[in-house]
Design a protein around this ligand. Sequence first.
Ligand code: TXA
Ligand code: MG
Length: 342
Amino acid sequence: MDNLEIYNYPLSTFHYPFFLTLRETFLLRMKTILTTSSAEAAVLIRRGGIVAFPTETVYGLGANVFDERAIAKVFTAKQRPNDNPLIAHVGNLEQIKLLVSEITPNAQRFIEAFFPAPLTLILPKAEEVPLVATANLQTIGVRMPKNDLALDFLRACETPIVAPSANLSGKPSPTIWQAVYEDLNGRIDCILQGATTEIGLESTVVDCTSIVPLVLRAGAITLEQLQTIEPKTRIYKVPKSEHPKSPGLRHRHYSPKAEVMLINPKSKIQNPKSKAFIGLNKPNEKFESVKICASVEEYAHELFNFFRECDRKNIKTIFCETVEETGIGLALMDRLKRASDD
Ligand code: TXA
Ligand code: MG
């Protein structure tokens, strides 16, 4: 068991119980335990703690879905706007019934075809699910991750776990535990250390509350795959006038500190000093930092980590090559457009 004590805030036993609420409000630095043991991480969840854990998409920051205080800590630690709902993660299909009041027919078909998968289904929530988890919505996102360590951890928790991506709000989602550490050390109870996440972009989010399933966020389960199960499935287009269906669409996302510019493979870049490039084709110019990816999947896998690396090197502009918007290319272009949007 790798149980390093990274930061020890000197709270005396006298002060600790009296200042617990204060500590939560101002987030005085707390000890963040690093561990590879899902059992140890699950104990902290059962004690009301918040724990970052790997999934196949990105690392999540978990809390017991029925523990309102723990959920509040997730919002505080991430500095997440409280109008942005959380996704609930399950370790087995049975647990879905604890979260929703109804599994609609198209959701049932998606569950049978894909779960466990990088796919989140929006369904009417069960009464028992606290409104803090869903940002006052009467619906909840449910997903079963396809990652052995995540499933071990979720099963050891013996309760569904709400988890947004384990980054500070607005920053790129973490694909390695070190990125979680960079953003949240001293703000959360524990990081369950796993490998680099397999996919690197967040799950596909599909609203299954009506007859036509709507893709609210593109991800590794593609529109084409969903349409083989339910041909009516459509991409949700954010209306200019109304509130978007997915509150997360209102918030700035996935952005490095550097400016992100989208370019096509033939673009010429002036003066590439203190600039970086990521894409599929080798550029002619000499950039300070370059990542050439062999496939769109690898590009998706590398993107967020590359953004973080560039920020560490103080790169001012990151040029990202555009890709075709099919398959996972749709999800990749969605994240690139959002990162480049001011
Ligand atoms: O891959 C993932 O989905 C990762 C891992 C940790 O599972 N989680 C993740 O969570 O990306 P988060 O909170 O960063 O993004 C969840 C997105 C947000 O845009 C949120 O607004 C949307 O899903 N969402 C959650 N619940 C919703 C609901 N009831 N209705 C509509 N949108 C919802
Ligand atoms: Mg997120």
